[in-house]
Ligand binder design. Sequence first.
Ligand SMILES: [Zn+2]
Ligand SMILES: [Zn+2]
Length: 344
Amino acid sequence: MQALVKTQKGEGFIELQDVPEPVNSDDEVLIEVKAAGICGTDIHVKHDTFPYWPPVILGHEFSGEIVKVGDNVTGWQVGDRVVGEPHTLHCGTCYLCREGHIQNCAQKRSPGWGIDGAFTKYLKYPPKLLHHIPDGMTFEQAALVEPAANCVTDIVERGSLEVGDFVVVTGPGPIGLIAAQVAKAGGAREVMIVGAPGDEELRLSTARKLGIDHVVNFAEENPVEKCLALTDGRGADLVIECSGAPPAIAQTVQLARKWGKICAIGLTGKRPVELDWDAAMTKVLTLYFSMSTAYASWDKTIWMIAEGKVNADLLVTHTLPLAEWEKAFEAVESMEALKVVLIP
Ligand SMILES: [Zn+2]
Ligand SMILES: [Zn+2]
């Protein structure tokens, strides 16, 4: 089968290779991959800026159909349409696993960087990490479940959002656009999303199409002034930071109201961040960090996408065959795309 493989450490070294089909153990199922999204992680592995164990097949945001079921597997059948949590090889015995945070286990090796991933035709998988997707959901839509589940974990599961909150999202990339919709689905009364002039053409216009209440280009309108004007001078109940840009992160303290919350989702790429610590203290802010997805977020996310509360169709701007992976990666890296899905 054809697979997109990161062949060795270093910048680049990605190629389409013919590899043997995986054989599932008695405890695993074999999945035929139907769609797989390109994630920031895949880009980082390409550029050697995220841990990975080469040679490894890339891709972890997949949807597919079960084609074989191991002898010891119960509850799953050939033909089941599924998505899978990427928490493979978590140990099950460390304090994080035993607290239920298997996604943060140090032993975890996800498909796509730790073990062979989904940019290929078949994937073997432990069934305990799978979730059913409804009949009406397309595989392309389902490929968005994993990134969207990150937002649901961070915003809903961690409890940073409360019903009736005024929410500001900074950074209107695919994750910011999902976060804004998740906030709305979770009961936010109004959501304001903030982007740069370079975001205007694709990202902010998509935010408008998605019906986000207030769409702000920070070169044209001051986000803090706008936020204060919309909240009787108080500020946002919750600020969801999805840009990873140090100046935007610094501004979250100004955007949040006293006793407000900041939910950090964007990574800075190790750039230092200067925060007005004393202002955060004076405002009695709470800052939430998260990494990866919690179990309970997956079925909630599947429901949000199935109901159109998170509009996957507007976010998937490119669907390409695996053979056109170079074009697909280029579309992500040039920011000409929002979400790109590969079809193996
Ligand atoms: Zn991802
Ligand atoms: Zn563990």
